[in-house]
Design a protein around this ligand. Structure first.
Ligand SMILES: Cc1ncc(COP(=O)(O)O)c(C=O)c1O
Length: 381
């Protein structure tokens, strides 16, 4: 174990893992263990580690132009926006680059409130949208656990999952926006499902509320589709994404439909680091690698293999989509996660005490799923 560093804020529970480097889909520890990483640093390491094209692109951009602000037009930034909008294919053709998922949501919510002139936002039970003032206000349970601000910056109501009648009741002409993760991540890989999302879309259109899909965790190929919105055939008014967007380079984006972007004028939004050349080069490269290596198909195929083979040992069912999969466990998920880690497989837990979360790199192969299945089968049921 590393010696405790008293200069770091003591805010994270940490796993007993002393990682020194990583290659492909494996982490290597100081004591020489090789750990299969099915968690990818909270869904970030979508291309695994040391991907040669990712590394080369970062190096190349660092040599060419390390940084310039948004006051300076850059080809690489324009290319990244076009590439991302085309990859999404959802008619969200205006891109605002930011730094983190929370910041993307913060801007989306601000826009919705300003454009509609309304003051209520509807979120979904179980949601996680980030730690900042607006994103935290629409995060389920934050107020009780860590929110910290004296009040939310707008009115918030939470919709029960799966309750179509509640959508009619709670989303009305007083609602600025509905914000939803189409496949909830922190909640434990919970797919809200096509009918529910379609009902949200329809009700938002009816009431002129804006639908914001938070695809910070579910997006950028994680479900085996560019976004879960594509998987379910839902076109939001705004979409936020981060995590896998840079596959390890910190960055995020807010994608806007034309009718939302039409409200924007100079100085409405801003950021220093968002849309920097390094981030943009990596976004362009990540999309390119996902497309050229056929990684969406790989995710779909291997996720199917998980569903078909991994209901063994303590696992009673699977849920979620693609590589945002939950293994529902008979025993506490934290025990199963610990036992897997002791056997050199890293997975995550979630807010659901009986769900082990898989957020694997898209470059996995069949043998890794076999290893997961065999290891799960060796654990006490
Ligand atoms: C769905 C979702 N939205 C937003 C966030 C916040 O993103 P960030 O930590 O980059 O601010 C997260 C982080 O886990 C997330 O899963």
């Amino acid at each position: 174990m590393p010696t405790p560093d008293t200069h770091l804020a003591p805010v994270y529970a940490q796993w007993p893992l002393d990682v020194v480097d990583a290659e492909g889909v494996h982490l290597r520890t100081r004591d020489g263990r090789r750990i299969l990483d099915l968690y990818g640093g909270h869904a970030v390491a979508a291309l695994g580690y040391s991907h040669p094209r990712w590394q080369a692109a970062l190096e190349q951009q660092a040599r060419t132009l390390l940084f310039q602000s948004n006051a300076v037009p850059l080809e690489v930034r324009a290319r990244a926006a076009t590439r991302l909008a085309q990859f999404a294919g959802l008619g969200l053709d205006t891109v605002f680059f930011v730094n983190s998922g929370a910041e993307a949501n913060e801007n989306a919510l601000k826009l919705a409130l300003r454009i509609t002139g309304r003051r209520k936002v509807v979120a979904i039970e179980g949601s996680f949208h980030g730690r900042t003032a607006a994103a935290g206000a629409v995060t389920w349970g934050a107020a009780q656990k860590w929110y910290g601000f004296p009040q939310a910056p707008f009115d918030v109501e939470f919709l029960p999952r799966g309750d179509l009648a509640a959508i009619e009741r709670m989303v009305g002409t007083d609602t600025a926006a509905v914000i939803a993760e189409p496949v909830q991540g922190v909640a434990g890989a919970v797919d809200l499902g096509q009918p529910y999302l379609a009902a949200l879309r329809a009700r938002c259109s009816e009431t002129c509320a804006l639908l914001i899909l938070d695809e910070v965790q579910s997006g950028m190929g994680r479900t085996g589709f560019p976004f879960a919105a594509n998987m379910h055939g839902i076109a939001p008014d705004m979409l936020t994404t981060a995590k896998a967007l840079g596959a390890g380079f910190p960055c995020a984006a807010l994608l806007l439909a034309d009718h939302v972007a039409a409200h924007l004028k100079t100085d409405d939004l801003g950021t220093t680091f968002g849309g920097g050349p390094l981030a943009c080069a990596m976004i362009e490269t990540v999309v390119d690698i996902i497309e050229s290596e056929g990684l969406l198909g790989n995710v779909r195929r291997l996720a199917q293999q998980i569903r078909e083979t991994c209901v063994v040992g303590p696992v009673v069912a699977t849920q979620g989509a693609g590589f945002l999969t939950g293994l529902r466990t008979r025993r506490p998920a934290k025990d199963v996660q610990r036992e897997l880690l002791e056997r050199d497989i890293l997975t995550g837990t979630s807010a659901d005490p009986n769900v082990v979360r898989i957020l694997a790199p898209y470059v996995l192969d069949e043998s890794h799923i076999v290893q997961l299945r065999d290891t799960l089968a060796s654990l006490p049921a």
